[in-house]
Design a protein around this ligand. Sequence first.
Ligand code: CO8
Length: 258
Amino acid sequence: MAFEDILVERKGAVGVVTLNRPKALNALCTPLIDELGQALAELEADEAIRCIVLTGSEKAFAAGADIKEMKEKSYADVLDEDFITGDWEVVAHCRKPTIAAVAGFALGGGCEVAMMCDMILAAETARFGQPEIKLGTIPGAGGTQRLTRSVGKSLAMYLCLSGDMIDAETALRAGLVAKVLPAEGFLDEVMKVAETIASYSLPVLRTCKEAVNRAYETTLAEGVLFERRTFHGTFALEDRKEGMEAFAEKRKPNFKHR
Ligand code: CO8
């Protein structure tokens, strides 16, 4: 299906969603978020896809929620609509691995959407920030929560209270991003990571992601038990057998995603 504000491509087993409102630095207006939800649902349902890359342009991953759309809303409006977190969370609810490929600005809702992905890979040009304070508001899609869990209280407070941005290297040191890559050929390098992930068994990818995410929602003892039972569960899969046999036979595994 054709979209207005995003582009969707299938590159082998990798689905690539590109935010595409260049004139507004990919500001996340409601139609764009709706399209993103539809695109992710399609990629989730597509058996051939095992990893999803979410990216923007060289200048901006996304410069935040659309301020021009938000500015006339009243408290009653945003409360009635539950503006618009329910729809945005679609990124966090993906069951396939997701990579945010961030070049340029990832601000406000842009940073929040990137943090909803399983990992952030940043170009050297990436800039992260939660500048809502400058607009007389606060982050509304996880900026005070996911950011704090990711980088700790002091840097999260600094970003949310000062509205300043940090560069890619600072984000790497703080643990917000997994890797910083050269701006030149950035997406090619991201695709190599995505293709590696997509080469593995999909049911194992799904359960591995669930186990890591459980770390944010439970105690250590419960999380470790969940991990162990999930690890045990992989022994019910043909792909676990194939992976270990292939290692012993010194060949590449041929995963069936079963
Ligand atoms: N919303 C709407 N339009 C935007 C946005 C935005 N967030 N960001 C940029 N644009 C538009 C500009 O208005 C401009 O349009 P026009 O050409 O029509 O004037 C165009 O994009 C280009 O922008 P600039 O000329 O400003 O480009 P610069 O390179 O000079 O500056 C910046 C780039 C620094 C990124 C600057 O554009 C900026 O500060 N943008 C706003 C950043 C911001 O405040 N983001 C936070 C928004 S609030 C938010 O995200 C809350 C999320 C809460 C989640 C809600 C769901 C639950």
